[in-house]
Design a protein around this ligand. Structure first.
Ligand code: ADP
Ligand code: UDP
Length: 237
């Protein structure tokens, strides 16, 4: 039986399921950067990101944060609750890097006094512009209450992940989350949590263990993803 593609994105393919409330997510090895300007392949990225995402979702669930994952039928696939995605990239930052370092003229690695939450409008055509609460409400993307809930969950995710990663000698620099609404209108964490959308630095050396190795042509890209999977789960691949 051939599965119907609902949407093919840059990193994943979303297939429809018999149950209209579910989707099958297929994690690809394709890698892009600069909003698709740079393209490549990271060998076994799909498998590693699926496993790393499943690990973090499990950790979050144990600590009171619900998520869309239902099960993992294979190394590259996840069955998830189909959500109405809110078109926001919710970025949390503990340390200045990437676009924040550039925008505010901060040296990469500067520790922020408090975690920063930023909202970006998820639009490939517009290059994901940064927006604030006013834009979110003016464009009817989410209500005040939903924005508060999204930011509460994002900051809680940050605390939970940071604490765990510290025990694995990994510094959580920043990351991006997506949220959606289920049939009851409940806000639920969606998408993925992997080296594709987090910055992970080795706590001793500050070596980058994430997609910046691909974005910035630093080499050893696969090894960085493998290292994150190994430190989190003990698995080599
Ligand atoms: P992009 O769209 O940025 O290229 P991906 O290749 O990762 O990204 O595609 C995954 C798509 O699926 C994203 O648009 C994401 O918002 C969406 N998505 C993630 N989780 C769910 C979900 N539970 N229900 C519906 N859509 C989802
Ligand atoms: N990020 C993401 N998708 C995007 C943009 C950013 O997952 O489209 C993540 C990125 O991996 C990093 C964080 O969000 O962990 C902050 O990224 P930044 O704004 O610094 O983006 P850059 O300009 O470096 O891509």
């Amino acid at each position: 039986m051939s599965k119907k593609v609902l949407y093919e994105g840059k990193a994943k393919i979303m297939y429809e399921m018999e149950n209209p409330d579910e989707l099958l997510v297929y994690y690809k090895d394709d890698a892009t950067a600069g909003n698709g300007a740079k393209k490549g392949t990271i060998v076994d990225k799909g498998v590693m990101n699926n496993k790393i995402t499943a690990f973090f979702f499990d950790l979050l669930k144990k600590n009171g944060i619900d998520h869309h994952c239902i099960s993992m039928p294979s190394d590259r696939e996840m069955i998830v609750k189909k959500l109405e995605i809110i078109p926001l990239e919710v970025v949390v930052r503990n340390i200045a890097a990437g676009s924040l370092a550039e925008r505010l003229g901060l040296e990469e690695g500067t520790k922020m006094a408090i975690p920063i939450v930023e909202l970006y409008y998820k639009s490939d055509e517009l290059g994901d512009p940064m927006i604030n609460h006013y834009h979110v409400k003016a464009m009817a993307m989410a209500t005040d209450e939903e924005i508060r809930e999204i930011e509460r969950q994002a900051l809680k995710v940050n605390e939970i992940m940071m604490a765990h990663l510290k025990t694995k000698k990994i510094t959580l620099v920043d990351f991006k989350l997506e949220f959606g609404r289920d049939k009851n209108g409940t806000i639920i964490l969606a998408d993925e949590i992997s080296p594709d959308n987090c910055r992970f630095w080795d706590s001793d050396t500050n070596e980058k263990l994430d997609k910046d190795r691909f974005r910035r042509d630093l080499g050893n890209v696969e090894d960085a993803y493998k290292e994150i999977l190994r430190r989190l789960t003990g698995e080599e691949r």
